[in-house]
Ligand binder design. Structure first.
Ligand code: ZN
Length: 246
């Protein structure tokens, strides 16, 4: 392939801009916020599940308490009714009286037992409610940290994108100056090797840093200026400039 030396030198400008774009892409992929967001997202998911579990437990206990309170109320109502019957004097048979009194006593004991149950549930419910409050606070704290990390990530991405946009603009301007066949070769090599062109400097290809043999240097010295050379080692386009020492 033939191309004017000036056009070949423009490939080095293109390679420089492409390496800036590569560095920006690398920064974009390796933002410290990405790992933080990943970790916080997992923490958040775990806490959200724990909150639901704790809320379910607290809800179950609230229902259990209201059922136990209802039981207490039913026993108290029955005891009150028996007491009224006793107080009314309607029951006169000593055997019925004894039976009624024994039932009232038994109902009072039962009421006492059920009230104990209510108290025990209330204690468990208080602990469950505290657990819900703690977990909700932890979950919200992680959510806030996650949102902050996401905001920082977005700000960084925006900054990188702005810079990349400027570099892409400059790259397009340089690429427009290069003939289609040379640019096509450069782009193909860039896709294959990461960098499409490198300068010959100090007897070395600056792409792979391999020193060229004397025979290779002689071949290059003898080559016409407009011939597009390739590095034998890395296959990149080898660009000769005034700094190449030829
Ligand atoms: Zn090379």
């Amino acid at each position: 392939m033939k191309a004017a030396p000036e056009a070949q030198k423009r490939l080095l400008d293109l390679a420089e801009l492409d390496s800036v774009l590569d560095r920006l892409a690398h920064r974009r992929r390796n933002l410290p916020e990405l790992a933080e967001i990943d970790e916080k997202s997992k923490q958040y998911a775990r806490l959200a599940t724990q909150v639901i579990e704790a809320e379910t437990e607290a809800g179950d206990l609230a229902r259990e308490q209201s059922k136990a309170e209802h039981d207490v109320e039913a026993v108290r109502t029955r005891a009150d009714r028996d007491q009224k019957r006793l107080d009314s004097g309607a029951v006169t048979s000593p055997r019925d009286l004894a039976s009624l009194q024994s039932e009232i006593a038994s109902l009072h004991r039962r009421q006492g037992d059920l009230e104990e149950v209510v108290l025990e549930i209330m204690e468990r419910r208080e602990a469950a409610d505290t657990k819900v409050t703690d977990l909700v606070a932890q979950r919200d704290e992680v959510r806030a940290a996650l949102t902050a990390a996401e905001d920082r990530r977005d700000a960084s991405l925006q900054e990188i994108e702005k810079e990349a946009g400027e570099v892409r603009g400059r790259r397009a301007a340089v690429a427009a100056e290069i003939a289609a066949d040379l640019l096509g070769l450069y782009d193909k090599l860039k896709d294959q090797y990461g960098i499409g062109a490198a300068m010959l400097h100090g007897g070395r290809c600056q792409g792979c840093k391999v020193a060229l043999s004397i025979a290779e240097m002689n071949r290059i010295k003898a080559a016409p200026h407009d011939e597009v050379l390739r590095c034998d080692e890395c296959r990149r386009i080898l660009v000769r400039t005034s700094e190449s020492g030829l």
